[in-house]
Design a protein around this ligand. Structure first.
Ligand SMILES: [Zn+2]
Length: 273
């Protein structure tokens, strides 16, 4: 599932390869991918979605912006808000399976491919993109990285730190994978209540979040996105590695359920509270 690094890779690809080009055609294969607001449900489709998208034809693509896991893509005076959902991606070239919408720029078509259909394209005037992009979200975990004390101030909750880190209203960008990886880097047990972390642990977590996101972006920079759930390789230290040796100490990685999601950690490097 795309989290901040995967969305940032998508943003950079669109910025590098599409920004500055004129949109010549919009191809709608699934009108329900076009929604009126941030919604993961196809039934929230915008009634005049295809016409709203077609109105962008003739505009020049701007450089996409990102906040957390969301994208805002200007096509002045219009634009698109984009959420990749569980499985969304922008892919150039031949029409792939599960293509929802295609945008043609000259002889190149970029397809919004989304097998699971949680992703959304939301028409939005260019002038309103930035506001709607950040609506309801905490600061971006990478662009507005917080030092330890400021991070702690956003997490005054008894919820398990792993669960709290995934709350996009507190901090935008981390999901199930990168929250677990950041906690491993910071040597913090995922079930510790957020408001029980020490000052030192907040400092460690502050650094770990940024390091995790930067390393994940750097590792994917040149490749096409292949999600782990689609059979891609597992590049993570603990995520999806129950029973395998911890890369730091060799102890078998453990898995627990927190907030209904599988969480992976090293019982030795991340001791229980
Ligand atoms: Zn370990």
């Amino acid at each position: 599932m795309p989290e901040l690094p995967e969305v940032e890779i998508a943003r950079r690809q669109l910025a590098r390869r599409v920004a500055g080009r004129r949109l010549d055609e919009v191809i709608v294969r699934d009108p329900q991918a076009i929604r009126g607001d941030w919604s993961t449900r196809p039934r929230d489709a915008l009634p005049d979605g295809p016409a709203r998208l077609a109105a962008l034809v003739g505009a020049e693509a701007g450089e996409p912006m990102r906040h957390g896991k969301r994208l805002g893509w200007p096509f002045p005076p219009g634009g698109l808000l984009i959420h990749l959902g569980m499985s969304g991606a922008w892919v150039p070239g031949e029409e792939p399976p599960h293509a929802r919408v295609g945008l043609r720029f000259g002889d190149a078509v970029w397809w919004f491919r989304d097998p699971r259909r949680f992703g959304a394209l939301i028409p939005c005037p260019a002038a309103r993109l930035a506001d709607r992009l950040a609506a309801g979200l905490g600061p971006d975990a990478l662009l507005a990285a917080l030092p330890g004390p400021a991070l702690a101030a956003r997490f005054r909750t008894r919820a398990a730190i792993k669960v709290a880190l995934m709350d996009q209203g507190r901090l935008a960008g981390l999901g199930n994978i990168h929250a677990a990886e950041a906690l491993f880097r910071a040597r913090i047990h995922p079930a510790i209540p957020a408001n029980a972390l020490s000052d030192d642990q907040w400092e460690a977590l502050s650094r770990a979040i940024v390091d995790q996101l930067r390393d994940a972006i750097d590792a994917q920079q040149d490749g096409e996105l292949v999600y782990l759930t689609e059979g891609g390789p597992n590049p993570f230290a603990v995520y999806g590695r129950e029973g395998e040796p911890c890369p730091r100490c060799g102890t078998p990685i453990a898995r627990i359920a927190l907030g209904g999601r599988s969480t992976f950690y090293c019982p030795r490097c991340q001791p229980a509270p």
